[in-house]
Design a protein around this ligand. Structure first.
Ligand code: UD1
Length: 416
């Protein structure tokens, strides 16, 4: 646990503009594909996050050289090592994204098993099954996954996922990009971050069709050409600030986002009686005095995102009436519930459902941030609450929200 904490004096409506940063969940796979290039490439609109820096360190440890400046990363060189260091992988589950590109370029990879995290077990069986379908052989030794390509290359095949997985779909796309022949992925994830990965690869010469649908077809190519690519805006950061506008009954302009990436979320906000005005790259969110309770279920895209469930629960905790929040993606994603209850929210958990009875007023308290999105839900609740709140252990937040203190401060939040 880190000593970093945020002291918030709540009850103040927030007003103003927030420029949405590049997406964490898009930039991590995009950094991994630097391993597939032969002559480097560049990324722009890169958010400066703890996770971004960890992923850069990881590919540096595999032999790729980088220059990170002003939201740009320039990548040079090709992978020289095949072993991912345990101390980096253990800090970030998304490290497993280097597996497919490393195998593709080096025919061998040795990756420590990432293990579970705060929100669930998070196995990587679907990643491994996909790689095996494309010709990899794998074995486990002393907590490490060893993978090899006995034919010296991936070979295109059909991959049918038994369940939708963002990471496994990304793994299959990265493996199939330089494979020999054609790969078809069925039951692929349709998240905007997957489309972003595919678009960048296509710009560099890959042949990927069907992005954003359940069936993705990839014709392997021999090499990728250097390109410069700009990362999409972070829809989860945008959604988090939209909830802050709603919960503080203020008005916030979200600048520089792709509104359509949040269609289902904005629809739900409107049902909750929050005003959502959508323009081209800007969305204005205006809170109201009467927040309606709305039931939600988290689902793969285009459904309601699990990464906004905790923040939405904070909003529902002050709604009129009772709402049921169903978590269908991760098995342990209600860690924010006891913390919200410390602020006098009324929430009961029954299996994968949380039953939230709206209260008139949350009250400030000292709470502990337990994971990335839970941290933002506690900050949103604290901004609404009467009196002072202390949100402890901000290390999680820094993994996924760029400049969050400055952004909140500029909106008029009373925080230290
Ligand atoms: C990504 C996001 C994360 C988001 C999640 C769901 C990144 C870096 N992270 O995580 O923020 O919450 O999508 O939208 O993009 N599963 C298996 N076996 C596997 C892989 C996944 O059982 O091999 C399970 C997971 O435990 C989970 C579900 O499938 O219950 C969905 O996980 P997945 O979509 O793979 O999430 P991530 O890619 O890890």
């Amino acid at each position: 646990m880190s000593n970093d904490r945020l002291i918030i004096q709540g009850g103040k409506p927030l007003f103003g503009d927030v420029k949405i940063s590049g997406a964490k969940n898009a930039v991590l796979p995009l950094i991994s594909i630097s391993l597939l290039f032969s002559n480097g490439f560049s990324l722009k609109n890169v958010p400066d996050l703890v996770d971004t820096r960890l992923m850069i360190k990881l590919i540096n440890s595999l032999g790729i050289m980088t220059k990170f400046y002003d939201g740009t990363i320039d990548f040079y060189g090709e992978p020289q090592n095949i072993e991912a260091p345990k101390e980096l992988v253990s800090k970030m589950r998304a490290s497993v994204l280097v597996l497919a590109p490393l195998l593709s370029k080096r025919n061998n990879a040795l990756i420590p098993m990432p293990g579970g995290c705060e929100i669930g077990e998070r196995p990587i069986n679907l990643h491994i099954d996909a790689l095996k379908k494309l010709g990899a052989e794998t074995s486990f030794q002393n907590g490490f996954l060893r993978a090899t390509l006995p034919f010296g290359e991936f070979r295109g095949n059909k991959i049918k996922f038994p369940q939708v997985s963002v990471g496994a779909t990304e793994c299959a796309i990265m493996a199939a990009t330089l494979a020999k022949g054609k790969t078809i992925i069925y039951n692929a994830a349709r998240e905007p971050e997957i489309i972003d990965l595919g678009k960048c690869l296509n710009l560099a010469g890959a042949k990927i069709k069907g992005l954003g649908t359940e069936k993705i077809e990839i014709n392997g190519v021999e090499k990728l050409n250097p390109v410069t690519y700009s990362v999409i805006p972070d829809r989860i950061e945008a959604g988090s600030f939209a909830i802050i506008a709603g919960i503080t009954k203020g008005e916030i302009n979200l600048l520089n986002l792709n509104p359509k990436d949040l269609n289902s979320f904005f629809k739900t906000l409107k049902q909750a009686n929050i005003n959502v005005d959508i323009y081209d790259k800007t969305v204005t969110i205006k809170g109201s005095y009467k927040i309606n309770s709305v039931n939600i279920k988290t689902e793969p895209h285009p459904g309601f995102p699990t990464d906004l469930q905790a923040q939405f629960m904070s909003l529902m905790s002050i709604a009129n009436g009772c709402s049921v929040i169903e978590e269908n993606i991760f098995e342990n994603r209600f860690m924010h519930v006891p913390e919200l209850c410390k602020m006098d929210a009324s929430i009961k958990v029954n299996g994968n459902k949380a039953i939230v009875s709206g209260v008139q007023q949350l009250n400030g308290s000292s709470v502990k941030a337990t994971d990335l999105r839970a941290s933002m839900s506690l900050i949103a609740a604290s901004l609404n609450a009467k009196g002072k709140s202390i949100v402890n252990d901000l290390s999680h937040l820094k993994r996924g929200y760029e400049n969050f203190e400055d952004k909140l401060f500029n909106l008029g939040a009373n925080l230290k």
